[in-house]
Ligand binder design. Structure first.
Ligand code: NDP
Length: 240
């Protein structure tokens, strides 16, 4: 029986590439999403990967959603907390709603995703947790006080989980993507995109599949001693 992997926000963008990479690596994959039913249905049709709708910001909904995944597919041994949103604004204009929406989805969403599967991982003495953080959690970003706080918070989460899970065969790691060619980035005006690319030493955006391959390594049996680590995949754009 292949291990079951849950990817939150796994129906679009980077998450979709992760879901497909894990399926191709032989895992049984469940992809969560928030509300875009059309994209989720198209994703399942294309890939055969089942999709499950719940809001990762809601603990009870996450617990119920994960219970459904486990009833359908078996215990979740691998969890990729990828779902994330932005609500950008300069700090003096940022509203409490913008702050809380991003904290609820990106940070509390990680707690809500990992907490329900953690006891089972401890019992089975195996688990892989990967959180998709961001270069902007490492360096901060104008207009993203809320987002950068959550992405920096992800790094504190995995370093702490790594210490708690190590003896039980559980690893927790993060991937910090730079700018990746998802719908979100491709939707910005070409001139802005050109100025973003000009700041990337590699001279190009990353591809979702390049992030997915980092995740595939981190969840593998081979990565058992890699714990509490961060892979930065950003074309050498760090901290510029
Ligand atoms: P997309 O906007 O392309 O996809 C987001 C996915 O997350 C969708 O499947 C969406 O579901 C789901 N989602 C959003 N909110 C929730 C929620 N509350 N509950 C459950 N699912 C939710 O995002 P990207 O692929 O661009 O980003 C993926 C991750 O990578 C994020 O954490 C992001 O912060 C991070 N990242 C992205 C970078 C980039 O350049 N794109 C750079 C660095 C980090 P639905 O389809 O239903 O809306």
């Amino acid at each position: 029986m292949s291990r079951v992997a849950l990817v939150t926000g796994g129906s679009r963008g980077i998450g979709a590439a992760i879901s497909v990479a894990l399926k191709n690596a032989g895992y049984t994959v469940a992809a969560n999403y928030a509300g875009n039913d059309e994209a989720a249905a198209a994703f399942t049709k294309d890939t055969g990967i089942p999709t499950y709708k719940w809001n990762v910001g809601d603990y009870d909904a996450s617990k119920a959603g994960i219970a459904k995944v486990e009833a359908d597919l078996g215990p979740v041994d691998i969890v990729v907390a990828n779902a994330g949103i932005t609500r950008d604004a300069p700090f003096h204009k940022m509203t409490p709603e913008q702050w809380h929406q991003v904290i609820d989805t990106n940070l509390t969403g990680v707690f809500n995703t990992v907490h329900p599967v953690w006891p089972g991982m401890r019992e089975r003495k195996f688990g892989r947790v990967v959180v998709i953080s961001s270069i902007n959690g490492q360096k901060g970003q104008f207009g993203q006080v809320n987002y950068a706080a959550t992405k920096a918070g992800d790094l504190g989460i995995i370093k702490s989980l790594a210490q708690e899970g190590a003896r039980a065969g559980i690893t927790a790691n993060a991937v910090c993507p730079g700018y990746i060619a998802t719908e979100m980035v491709m939707a910005v005006p070409e001139k802005v995109r050109e100025s973003i690319i000009a700041n990337i030493p590699a001279g190009r955006l990353g591809e979702p599949e390049e992030i997915a391959r980092c995740v595939a390594f981190l969840v593998s049996e081979d990565a058992g001693f890699v714990n509490g680590s961060t892979i930065s995949a950003n074309g050498a754009q760090f901290f510029v």
